[in-house]
Design a protein around this ligand. Structure first.
Ligand code: MG
Length: 278
């Protein structure tokens, strides 16, 4: 595996959508692999991914878990369907997260991550305690593989996430910092959030987006190509550098049209390269 440069651009990509050779053709040597809830996590699949990673000399920094039935249409739908919060799918998603951790271990990856959903703000809430216990168990499972377990930022203000992580109290529980989510969910200025969360940040999504419309309750902001939204990439790169972050900046960008998506990811990588040099 190549030694990565500080804040080297990488890509967040998905099994079943993005071939590693296509990701590599974007000019990156590192990234994060997302596994949808229906992706088969067999021994054979792990062997194939391992061989492809070795062949492409590609460093995978994180394996991300997504779950069947998740829907990011608007805030109430996210609350109802995403991560560890919905009760009906909690046990099944816990098992799946262990499988993702085991799969990542077979690939030699030292970090897993996911959106756990909206963390309840009230510690007296029954879901709060149940989700805290689940995050403890997942962290402990990941620790047996010497992995960190990173929570994606965005659905809650930085202080709420920090308080929750302290309450979970596991040394390998960390943060995958996604500045755009803070904007899309309207949970606070991402750079201010980074200052609060920086010591726990193990990985970063370079993503951009606009604030939610003020006149539509529950609406989320719209994701935008890197540099075209409200995050302020120059400010982000500077803040990460000041915080001492040295890991890759993984461009995350989702649009339906794959050609457009790859083109915009490539532009994002170019933008980061420019900003990192300055
Ligand atoms: Mg993200």
């Amino acid at each position: 595996m190549p030694d990565l440069k500080p804040m080297e651009p990488g890509v967040m990509f998905w099994a079943g959508r993005d071939d590693l050779s296509v990701v590599r053709s974007l000019g990156v040597r590192c990234g994060q692999l997302g596994l949808r809830g229906n992706t088969a996590l067999t021994e054979a699949a792990a062997r194939e991914w391992k061989a492809a990673l070795d062949r492409e000399a590609f460093t995978l920094v994180t394996v991300f878990a997504a779950y069947e039935g998740e829907d990011y249409a608007d805030a109430p739908t996210v609350r109802r369907t995403v991560g560890f919060i919905p009760r009906e799918t909690r046990a099944e998603r816990e098992r799946r997260t262990y499988e993702v951790s085991d799969f990542a271990a077979r690939l030699g990856v030292g970090s897993i991550a996911c959106h756990i959903g909206f963390v309840p703000e009230d510690p007296a809430d029954a879901d709060y305690a149940a989700v805290r216990e689940m995050v403890r168990r997942v962290s402990d499972h990941a620790a047996r593989h010497h992995q960190t377990f990173a929570l994606e930022t965005g659905q809650e203000p930085a202080e709420v996430l920090l308080r929750f992580i302290r309450d979970v109290d596991r040394p390998n529980l960390r943060i995958n910092f996604d500045p755009a989510n803070m904007v899309l969910y309207g949970t606070g200025d991402p750079i201010e959030a980074l200052r609060v969360l920086a010591p726990l940040v193990v990985s970063v999504h370079a993503k951009d987006g606009d604030w939610p419309p003020k006149d539509v309750p529950g609406a989320l902001g719209v994701e935008r190509p890197l540099g075209k939204g409200a995050v302020g990439m120059e400010r982000l790169v500077r803040a990460l550098s000041e915080a001492g972050f040295r890991g890759p900046l993984n461009v995350e960008h989702e649009t339906e049209d794959q050609e457009q998506r790859l083109r915009e990811i490539r532009d994002g990588i170019d933008l980061l390269r420019k900003l990192i040099q300055t």
